[in-house]
Design a protein around this ligand. Sequence first.
Ligand code: HEM
Length: 260
Amino acid sequence: MTITTTQPERSPGGPPDPRRTAGDRQAPPRWWRRPWVGPLALVVAVFLAMDVPRYLTFDPAESKIPPNPQYPWHYPVLVVHILCGTVAIVTCCLQVWPALRQQYPKVHRVSGRLYVAAGVLPGGLAGLAVAYASPSGLSMQLSTATTSVLWMATAVAGLRMARQGRIADHRRWMVRSFALTLSIVVSRVLGVVYDHTILPPPVTQSVPELIAWGQERAGLASWPGWILPLLIAEWWLVERGAGARHRARQARRTAAAPKA
Ligand code: HEM
């Protein structure tokens, strides 16, 4: 019998390598070892329930963002962005669910393709267009245009790595992409925090004052909304890499230690 020591590339907890048999696959981690899965799904569900339904009426009067009269395409493209954003954020939650990833790799692959092709790519292109037409101020426009490009680039990089079988790199790029997908939720939360702390709504009927306040709030919520989750994702990737290397070293030392 030949024993091979070369393992296919596979990061711990990552998508199962198709070259492994079903019997080789690890049992999925228990839910209490991944306590963020439920809260994440809940926060995303609350965000979707609060922000999306008004756009399903396809009535511009229901829009929270006033459609820009200079660009008749603004509202329809905003709706496309929101529908694709919904696909992206729902499939993102499925992709980060370890048990689903490990037990149903086929679902992981289908939902991953939906995430990129029906979520991030059309949602990011539409995001660029709505950023251009947005009445929410230059700071917010620059921030969301940057996020749109990074959002599409990280997802495409992740997809390419998966196709090349570079599973560890695939995971790293997808972690960055998911962090960007969640930026919409983070900026919403920051907006609410500002309302109650540093930037309460002005007590005035003056339209220019209200517009200035809205633009300042949008800009201040938008930049940290994507930079913070991206930094947390990078920190997590570094920590996890360091932890995995440490465990591998320990395992090698234990294996090399003389038996008592
Ligand atoms: C991370 C990449 C994303 C970028 C760059 C982005 C960009 C934008 C931009 C530029 C606007 C217009 C804002 C304005 O004019 O004030 C917008 C609005 C909106 N986006 Fe996104 N978005 C992203 C992800 C998402 C996701 C994942 C969803 C999930 C459904 C989503 C849902 C919405 C909604 C509901 C609005 C309307 C805002 C409101 O009613 O207050 N976006 N987005």
